[in-house]
Design a protein around this ligand. Structure first.
Ligand SMILES: C[S@@+](CC[C@H](N)C(=O)[O-])C[C@H]1O[C@@H](n2cnc3c(N)ncnc32)[C@H](O)[C@@H]1O
Length: 316
């Protein structure tokens, strides 16, 4: 046995080295996989939160009937369809209409009431999945009398999800739950007033769909939109590490007009991020934030007074 050890190493060192190298090897293989995905397909998952990323990669290995990450790399590199399946697994599209109904009530009471002073309202749903959140927003805007002057941008990097969102067709079996959410969110009519049933599906009205622009957008690398009055990025940041979270939050902040609003998911916060100072909380229990007026000091160190024209006064 001893003769099998490297000559200058003690026997005690061997097990630790073996264990470490197996963990290191797996980390290295995952790094190689993510590097290959980035170089070949332009998707940079290197800044996704490790625990959930590893779980998803493991799911891919099982589904593709492979033994380890090393076997997954050549498959992803040489087979575009295998990459498409990988991308689907990375994208968690769980969503619902009026998800967190209390938040939609706050949207109405605290945000839409301020947005109504604008002649045109721009809203961006970043990570819209299959679109249920977006149609919920369009309904809220309609009931507040704001839909006509609104433009909603709904983006995701998952094209399959976007295709469903664009069609606005959802399973009938979900409608009972969605109707309950709608009522709890303070809906004024019946959710069925906004859609038509066809067999086991419902199709949302064209008057809602016409106000929505669906587009492919990758938060890992694409630029933000300009002049947004409200950005929703709900249940997306939880999948990112702190570095990517910061980058995306900064991009969203740059996309917002002064005094514009940001809504996150109930497990997400801007506290501890680099943009925390740029926002104030709209209500303590919500994840709704409003962008502060930025006061930039000039070279003399004197802080100039904020120009009321830039403040968007009515949003204060
Ligand atoms: C859990 S869903 C959230 C849907 C909706 N916002 C909600 O809260 O109900 C997360 C969505 O974020 C999208 N997503 C994740 N990473 C993304 C990225 N880098 N760029 C664009 N979308 C991304 C996923 O494809 C998925 O559709």
């Amino acid at each position: 046995m001893l003769s099998r050890q490297p000559q200058n190493k003690s026997v005690d060192e061997a097990p630790a080295r073996t264990l470490l190298s197996s963990l290191q090897r797996q980390e290295m293989e995952i790094d190689l996989l993510l590097q290959s995905v980035y170089q070949l397909y332009g998707y940079d998952f290197r800044h996704y939160a490790k625990a959930s990323l590893h779980r998803r990669i493991n799911n891919v290995i099982i589904r593709e009937q492979l033994n380890n990450v090393a076997e997954l790399i050549p498959l992803i590199v040489h087979d575009q369809y295998a990459f498409d399946r990988f991308l689907q697994e990375m994208s968690i599209t769980v969503t619902a209409m009026f998800r967190d109904p209390g938040l939609f009530q706050l949207l109405k009471q605290k945000v839409l009431i301020k947005l109504q002073t604008y002649p045109r309202i721009n809203i961006w749903h970043a990570g819209c999945a299959t679109g249920e959140e977006v149609y919920s927003m369009a309904i809220m805007l309609h009931e507040a009398g704001l839909l006509e002057r609104s433009r909603i941008y709904a983006t995701d990097y998952n094209n399959q999800a976007l295709t469903i969102a664009e069609k606005g067709i959802y399973p009938l079996k979900n409608m009972r739950q969605y109707s309950e959410n709608y009522q709890r969110a303070g809906g004024e009519y019946s959710l069925s007033d906004y859609c038509h049933q066809k067999y086991s599906e419902v199709l949302f009205d064209a008057k809602l769909r016409d106000k929505i622009t669906f587009a492919h957008h990758n938060l890992m690398k694409d630029q933000g939109f300009a002049q947004m009055h409200l950005v929703l990025c709900r249940n997306v940041l939880i999948y990112f590490d702190n570095h990517l979270k910061d980058r995306v939050l900064q991009m969203i902040s740059n996309s917002l007009v002064t005094r514009g609003f940001l809504m996150l998911g109930d497990k997400e916060t801007i506290n501890l991020s680099s943009v925390a100072q740029q926002f104030e909380s709209v209500s303590a229990r919500s994840r709704i934030y409003q962008k502060k007026i930025q006061i930039v000091s000039d070279v003399s160190g004197v802080v100039p007074e904020a120009d009321p024209a830039l403040v968007g006064g009515s949003l204060n």
